[in-house]
Design a protein around this ligand. Structure first.
Ligand SMILES: [Zn+2]
Length: 306
């Protein structure tokens, strides 16, 4: 039987790793959450996939099955406000979807760690993880499935109240190497955690930060304010290159990311360093290492990242 969750990944368990503190000293063992969350290439792939299923359609039902997913509104108020409105457009900001609906409202969705937006109902074993189900006129509907419940949905008049603090979109023209240099000037601390900070740049997470730093040939544990101008140019190019590669492969289906029809992205087959600990660096052959920075698994080549 064709199911969305038939090939569901075995739940990975949190792993204990020795942490390198931000000063580079070895710290106490730390329990690290092993899941990765969808990042810009995954969210953008989902957005594009959803367009033909969703845009222009009227919302006929909004069934909130886990009240904690919808922020600031009761399930009844959410339903009352949303039913009858039409989805006009889907935009994206960082890892957030912005469903602009008629009446001036915006439905904002963040997938959190395990969230999925599906255009067909999930298989039976995942039915219990449906947190919100939207009915859409002339379509099967839209299901928000989220086993770990870290995903969030907001219905707001001013999207800036949710996404206003996000940093620049790294693939937009105005995100230049010069802009990145200005952003880095004011920052201290370690580079990799900074790249994960959504108010620094939007949409980069654990996968693409590691891939970007590898492309830039910069160690993830470098201090942010230590980069030379040529390295900043490489980092700018590396961030864009990593995200574009992920987007071209329709995202990375590690852990929970799936496309709305249940299909997978293929970028996990093309990772250069991410989760390739011990494998030969594709550039210089040195085994890829894993350290923990800012509580996150970090993969890099000690041979060619300096
Ligand atoms: Zn290397």
């Amino acid at each position: 039987m064709e199911t969305l969750w038939g090939d569901w990944p075995t739940l990975t368990h949190p792993v204990r790793l020795t942490m390198l503190t931000e000063g580079g000293r070895e710290g106490p063992p730390l329990t690290v959450e092993a899941y990765v969350m969808p990042e810009m290439p995954e969210v953008e792939t989902i957005r594009r996939d959803l367009l033909p299923h969703v845009v222009g359609r009227r919302i006929t039902d909004a069934d909130v099955r886990w009240p904690g997913t919808v922020q600031g509104l009761s399930p009844t108020a959410f339903r009352t406000r949303l039913v009858g409105l039409r989805i006009v457009e889907i935009a994206r900001r960082g890892k957030y979807f912005l469903f602009h609906v008629s009446g001036g409202w915006t439905l904002i969705v963040h997938l959190g760690m395990t969230g999925q937006l599906l255009t067909r109902p999930p298989a039976e074993r995942a039915q219990a993880w449906i947190r919100v189900a939207l009915g859409l006129e002339g379509s099967r509907g839209l299901w928000f499935v989220d086993p770990r419940k870290f995903g969030r949905i907001y219905l707001v008049e001013d999207p800036e109240s949710i996404v206003g603090r996000l940093g620049p979109e790294p693939l937009e023209d105005r995100f230049s190497a010069r802009h990145l240099a200005e952003l880095l000037e004011r920052r201290r601390g370690v580079l990799k955690p900074l790249l994960l900070n959504q108010s620094f740049v939007a949409g980069v997470g654990n996968i693409y930060a590691d891939e970007a730093l590898f492309a830039a040939r910069i160690r993830p544990d470098r201090r942010a304010d230590s980069l030379r101008p040529a390295e900043i140019v490489r980092l700018h190019r590396g961030i864009r290159r990593a995200l574009r590669r992920g987007l071209k492969d329709a995202g990375s289906s590690v852990d929970f990311y799936r496309r709305p029809d249940g299909g997978e992205g293929s970028h996990q087959e093309n990772f250069l360093v991410f989760r390739r600990t011990g494998e030969a660096c594709p550039r210089c052959g040195t085994p890829i290492e894993r350290i923990v920075l800012g509580g996150r698994s970090t993969h890099f080549c000690p041979g060619c990242q300096a």
